[in-house]
Design a protein around this ligand. Structure first.
Ligand code: CDP
Ligand code: MG
Length: 136
């Protein structure tokens, strides 16, 4: 079943020049890019996006990281896109993510882990509405 998911190529990846390499993983998997925009976000959008995490002791550090420079926000579409992109991205901690996954190949960190992806249909709908209201 074709569905849409929301993805961020995080500021660490943009700074390292990995946008093309990461987009290529999604495109060669067969996913379509529906929307794509590079932007710098402020703390308000960071808090809204990471609402489930703002009470965590590590959240202030995450907010500093995600607002520190340009990121690339995108909507991807394809069969089972939400689950597929989570698999392509790999486990949250880059040190534990499987080789072959985006995080497994490009990250050695639990925070600077190069990508975000929606984790459920509900979060995909919420995140698309938050970041790309014209596509909600
Ligand atoms: O991104 P994902 O859904 O895999 O993981 P999460 O548990 O929802 O955490 C969201 C983001 O918070 C992670 O991708 C990390 O960038 C960051 N994080 C962190 O900075 N420190 C932690 N101990 C855990 C997560
Ligand atoms: Mg998450």
């Amino acid at each position: 079943m074709s569905e849409r998911t929301f993805v961020i190529i995080k500021p660490d990846a943009v700074r390292r020049g990995l946008v093309g390499a990461i987009l290529s993983r999604y495109e060669t998997k067969g996913l379509a890019i529906v929307a794509l925009e590079q932007r710098v976000i402020g703390p308000e959008l960071a808090d809204a996006h990471y609402a489930e995490h703002i009470e965590q002791p590590w959240y202030p550090s995450l907010r500093d990281f995600i607002t520190a420079g340009p990121l690339v926000a995108l909507i991807l579409e394809g069969d089972s896109a939400i689950e597929v992109v989570r698999l392509v991205n790999g486990a949250t901690d880059g040190r534990k993510a499987a080789p072959g996954s985006v995080r497994g190949d490009f990250s050695l960190s639990n925070q600077a882990n190069v990508v975000h992806a929606s984790d459920s249909p509900g979060s995909a709908a919420r995140e698309i509405a938050l970041w790309f209201p014209a596509f909600a």
